[in-house]
Design a binder for this molecule. Sequence first.
Ligand code: FCB
Length: 396
Amino acid sequence: MKDKKQTPINLPNGFLLGAATSSHQVEGNNTNNDWWHYEQQDRVPRSGRGPDHWHRYEEDYRLAKQIGLNAMRISIEWSRIEPREGKVDVAAIAHYKRELQYMKSQGLTRMVTLWHFTLPQWFAKQGGFAKRRNVKHFANYAKLIAQELGDEIDLWNTINEPEVYTYMSSLRGLWPPFRKNPLRGLWLFFNLAAAHRAAYQAIKTVLPHAQISIAKNNVYNEPFRSDSWLDRLAVNFTDWYGNYLFLNLVKNQLDFIGLNYYFYHSLTLGFAGLQQKNLDGPKSDMGWRTFPEGIYHLIMELHRRYNKPIYITENGIANARDDMRQDFIREHLEWCDKAIEEGADVKGYFYWSLIDNYEWADGYDRKFGLIEINYETQERTIRPSAEIFKQIKKSS
Ligand code: FCB
């Protein structure tokens, strides 16, 4: 890709160049959710005060503006809004209102996710999304946010990465509630689709013109041997259940598609079952293989299947040395640009993440941020790679 680096990236006018965060990963002290509960039992690393974004959001959004971003994707912490069943914390609502208004004052378009993996503890105790009867609680919460904060939200995501959550919580059992139970996983998967549909309707009753989607983690799967029907079968099957089944369950309740892109898998099917190959190549500190071209193929496929506007709701790299991040972003944007040239309606790109944060079961060691956090002093330092956004602005 060396020569490509000189090519200007021609993003359309009005394109959103932003970064994403989520409440539990950046706010600090979210004491009323299920993660916090298990953190105290040391089942997962403790999130503690973290980057203290709850108190420092003004500085963080000023920095976002300073590095050249014009949008942010954040999430609202349900357990702050409704710490006990049916009890709304008006101070928490007022806080988010101030935060969203501040974002606007910094020229940031606001995309808001209603649920990004953490459950109010009271909801988790009732079985969370694994129980169909609990879906109504999520719809009520969505309606409340639409009523109270709707004027300050430009774009909506109801839920984040339903199948990542299903896989990590109920198939691998690595995330709360640590249940390795495929049947539970199946319920969860379908109930999350029902939760999205119910929340979508609830928001629309208050705000008929709201633009609502989900953030969907799609994997770019390729056959290891392109001439092997077995490998192609592996790809088709994996694409079907991992990438498109959930989207097909909610496609009539999507005003746009939110795509989270992190993973590239080269698949083969044989006597040893389904396996991943081509594991060599550039990798992030998470050990995830990077493959910018994959974003292009996924966008084009989403465009063909659903023909809706697309936002890249997350794409990012854990890279403490900051020696891969700039090329990573540039190359992904170049492939987005190519997809736009070929007719896909890509309207924005949110880098994960604005600041270093709590990477779930991996804790604070993973450095995804455009801005480095010193957790002792709370000092924020812009990483050199963040310079990329100014370069793009000039060249577009
Ligand atoms: C995504 C999650 C996000 C973050 C990144 C690295 O799957 O949505 O919270 O952890 O991965």
